[in-house]
Design a protein around this ligand. Structure first.
Ligand SMILES: [Zn+2]
Length: 504
């Protein structure tokens, strides 16, 4: 089954009133350095505590310096989501005590206490089950990622000690908080896929990187207390956690057990949520403006420059592919749902000189079936665009059929050249009329009953076409073959009529 079919989500009937809100964290993976120092933002795969400096280790007296590229990326995101951008860029200290944060405060942004969120408000339009819905955003902040805690046994509950790796400390994060506008996991899924696509097209976050997405979900059921689920880092985990938590809360209500306001953790192995800490009151983080980071004006000139430089967003790309490339809306939708797919399509178009559904369908319905669903970027390596372009060229020139283009995929995956494979297998499309007539004549002679059926019932003709197609090794040009079968049936009918009624 093509993966694209799974993009369409069906509206599930939820009998109870569920209220859901999201707090999303996206790593800005496209910048070179961390948020406040010149250490590399690419911390993955390095020996522990080697990608560090006094700033990201939180040493006393170390002075942070904001990374301009991160601020610009964040502002582009705010523009893309039609948010109201703050006139000043200001930074807050959020105090808490934890081993992942040696300076005992995280540098972030905040609305109030003398500072401002980078942007507020904003709306995201999403198609849910064929219906357009609008979900509201509350705020967008930039903040630093804390260090990574490593539990030697793999579990916070059983490990005798904890290791701290500061390589990730100070990596830039965007925090986007929504209003509690969602009533089901179906809406949440469609929304997150849209946000993911926009951040990919803006070149902010590479979602194939582990830890690039982290979402907390707030959920309450039937007017009960709000529960926060933490540690969700894939869309499928988010969906499953919501389903589990809704059932858990409903079950408690049925048994008259009050639902406590608390933070729960998602266990991706056991696929359950478990309580982390009670949350009777809002924790007091003692927010205050960071005295080391004076506020900066966000000028209209900067915003205008960013608006001009902004890459094409998924909605605009979708319209362009439908209007200028003549793509069917379904295929265009699947392509723009991931930047790796839409850019792959455009590269194949560029290399083959062919555009439209022929290309899009081959990518979405055929090639994508060989790629892990959540990792469409792997297509670039598995079947490089120049290889796919060769197949598309042969297809569009009628040298091979769609069937052959599908059959060739395992060869493409093992790195073979499509033209060489076609030559080696002696594949060529048979459209020689005389050759096909002789095939059809033989098929008619061997299938007299099927011929009589086809004369009575037009739909039975498909059986004869199938037989003839088999005989050519599926190499016949389907349109030419059909025309010949129809022509020869007409001839058979005329002969029957000449013989007169009763002769059969
Ligand atoms: Zn550093």
């Amino acid at each position: 089954m093509p993966h694209g079919a799974r993009v369409q989500v069906s509206q599930e009937v939820v009998p109870v009133r569920t209220i859901l809100g999201l707090e999303m964290h996206f790593q800005v993976t496209s910048v070179k350095t961390k948020l406040f120092c010149s250490c590399s933002a690419d911390y993955r795969g390095k020996p522990p505590n080697t990608n560090v400096c006094p700033v990201c280790l939180g040493m006393p007296g170390a002075l942070p310096k904001p990374n301009r590229a991160v601020v610009e990326k964040a502002l582009m995101v705010a523009l893309a989501f039609n948010m109201e951008i703050s006139p000043v860029l200001s930074w807050a200290r959020k105090h808490y005590f934890y081993p992942d944060l040696p300076k005992s405060y995280q540098i972030t942004q905040y609305d109030g206490k003398g500072v401002m969120s980078l942007a507020r408000g904003g709306r995201i339009e999403v198609e849910v089950g064929g219906v357009k819905r609008v979900f509201r955003l509350r705020r967008l902040n930039i903040e630093e990622d804390p260090a990574r805690l490593v539990h030697p046994t793999g579990s916070a509950l059983t490990s005798p000690y904890v290791l701290v790796d500061f390589n990730r400390s100070g990596v830039p994060l965007l925090e986007i908080v929504t209003e509690p506008d969602f009533s089901s996991e179906v809406e949440v899924e469609a929304f997150l896929k849209k946000v993911r696509s926009v951040l990919e097209h803006l070149n902010v976050t590479d979602f194939s990187l582990e830890g690039a997405l982290r979402v907390d979900v707030n959920i309450s059921v039937d007017g009960g207390e709000r529960v926060e689920i933490k540690n969700l880092n894939s869309i499928s985990d988010i969906i499953q956690a919501i389903r589990y938590e809704r059932e858990r809360q409903l079950d408690a209500l049925r048994k008259n057990i009050p639902i406590r306001r608390e933070t729960r953790h998602w266990d991706p192995i056991r696929r359950v949520t478990f309580p982390l800490r009670r949350k009777e009151v809002e924790e007091d983080y003692r927010y205050m403006p960071d005295p080391n980071l004076p506020p900066l004006k966000i000028t209209r000139e900067l915003l205008e420059k960013l608006r001009r430089e902004m890459p094409e967003l998924p909605d605009a790309k979708l319209r362009r592919l439908v209007e200028e490339h003549g793509l069917s809306p379904y295929l265009a939708n699947v392509l723009v749902s991931r930047r790796a797919l839409s850019s792959y399509y455009e590269r194949v178009v560029e290399l083959s000189g062919v555009k439209g559904d022929l290309v899009a369908s081959y990518i979405v319905n055929d090639l994508l079936g060989w790629v892990p669903e959540e990792s469409p970027e792997k297509l670039w390596k598995l079947v490089p665009p120049d290889v796919a372009a060769k197949v598309i060229k042969m297809l569009s020139e009628g040298l091979i059929t769609i069937k052959m283009a599908k059959e060739i995929i395992p060869d493409l995956l093992s790195g073979r050249d499509p033209e060489a494979v076609v030559t080696e297998r002696g594949w060529r499309v048979v459209r020689d009329v005389e050759e096909l007539r002789s095939v059809v004549r033989q098929v008619f002679a061997e299938n007299e009953k099927a011929v009589r059926d086809a004369l009575r019932n037009k739909r039975a003709i498909q059986h004869l076409i199938g037989k003839a197609m088999e005989r050519t090794g599926k190499r016949a040009d389907p349109r030419v073959l059909r025309a010949i079968v129809e022509e020869m049936l007409e001839r058979a009918r005329a002969e029957l009529e000449e013989e007169g009624p009763g002769a059969s």
